[in-house]
Design a protein around this ligand. Sequence first.
Ligand SMILES: [Zn+2]
Length: 327
Amino acid sequence: MKYIDMHCDTVMLAYFFDPEKHSMYDQPKTMIDFKRMQKGDALAQFFAVFLPPQGAFEMMHMPPISDEDYIRIARQTILDNVAAHDDIIRMAYTAEDIEKNLADGRMSAVLTMEDGRAVDGKLENIKRFYDEGFRACSLTWNAYNCFGAPNSTDPKIMNDGLTDFGKDGIRYMQELGMLVDVSHLSDGGFRDVAEICTKPFVATHSNARAVGPHQRNLTDEQIKTLADKGGVMGLNFYPMFLNPDMNKDEATAAMIARHARHIADVGGVDVVGIGTDFDGFEGKNEIMSSDRMPLLADALKAEGFTEAEIEKIYFRNVLRVMKDAVR
Ligand SMILES: [Zn+2]
């Protein structure tokens, strides 16, 4: 079955391996490559330009680089790789682009950003990133930035919301047609986003906190709110976010399906999507690469989802939200 994956960190690994020469077509070093996307029947893959924390460069024995330079290089890596394989994949900036690419027999690549810190408190930077093709932005990663507070085990931080700029910023993102992504955001930030957004928003890669207690996951109340707003959340394959015991670092397709079941029971099936977090998680999952995505459909079926519901989870819900909130 066709699927849309709302989140991966493959481009960060491409940068660490060699941004100039890195091939995303047949690449055993990453969980995602175009060849395995084809095998798994991908409709569209969101490729996040995730801004690594500065320590990450030292760890990889690489010189630090400015956010601006990093974004330019990482974005170009995606564009170049997609252009080099025009026979199987093309860029998409809207739901209509994805449908057109499908009609032309191509998969789609969607550019997104993870960590809005590069926006640097300026609306004109949001406009520039939109003009460069970015169609979603996770407001924060795991630290404070110009948008607001991150997820945290510290209740004070977790309760903290968006900054004044953050509030203006998400209004502007929705006006432009860029998805507001609350994955990694604090609970206070979620509350502000839900209050301000007039169009659907998303949690590209977050599970249910009632099933996996990690604070990166959404509470039942948040799931209901997201559903009321017409949004969607992407099932994350990170074992730490799936397991009832966060210290376990192995997960199965059945565990992902269990989160889907809980989320659908709480918010309805229209709020469930996929956001694998491939190339961004540690530990072992039964589904560790794009070509194994059909396993999730089997597990969802075993959880009692109908074929039509699985189709919604696999791609229809995300297409709907893109039609509502992306231009
Ligand atoms: Zn993430």
